[in-house]
Design a protein around this ligand. Structure first.
Ligand SMILES: [Cu+2]
Length: 148
């Protein structure tokens, strides 16, 4: 009898917590995407992105760059060129880019990308070129556009 009521209480608590979680929205941080540059020199990590990405509005991203061979070593003094476009499943080349020009700023050991804007529903490719100490590498990450 006692055990049953404890189980009942636990179930009630779970239901309450689930309801609360629905109300507060997902507790988990935004999905983190990452990719190695094609030459395996750098790991490009998408630290934050709006979830969902807004349609036809400016948004910003936070990126962090690590040395691929020493996972803990951040590249804080690199130059980042960030572009985004859609390949429409036609390979590597963009069928079109964005209608905005993103600006990258190195900030607190990471990189803030402002002025991103997606104007079409579907998977976008975020193409990040890292330049650092005479080396460079390019990585593609996928960002879905856009929330309902
Ligand atoms: Cu498109």
């Amino acid at each position: 009898m006692m055990r049953k009521s404890i189980a009942g209480l636990a179930a009630l608590l779970l239901v309450t917590m689930a309801a609360l979680a629905r109300e507060l929205g997902p507790a988990a941080p935004p999905a983190i995407a990452q990719a190695l540059t094609t030459n395996h020199l750098y790991r490009v990590v998408l630290v934050t992105a709006p979830q969902p990405v807004p349609m036809g509005k400016h948004f910003e991203l936070q990126l962090a760059i690590y040395e691929a061979r020493s996972p803990g070593k951040r590249i804080t003094d690199g130059q980042l060129d960030v572009t985004a476009g859609m390949t429409h499943g036609m390979g590597h080349e963009f069928m079109h880019g964005m209608q905005s020009t993103p600006v990258v700023e190195a900030l607190e050991g990471g990189y803030t990308v402002r002025g991103m804007m997606f104007h079409m529903q579907g998977p976008w490719t975020l193409r990040v070129r890292v330049r650092e100490g005479g080396h460079s590498g390019t990585a593609d990450l996928t960002l879905e556009c856009c929330g309902g």
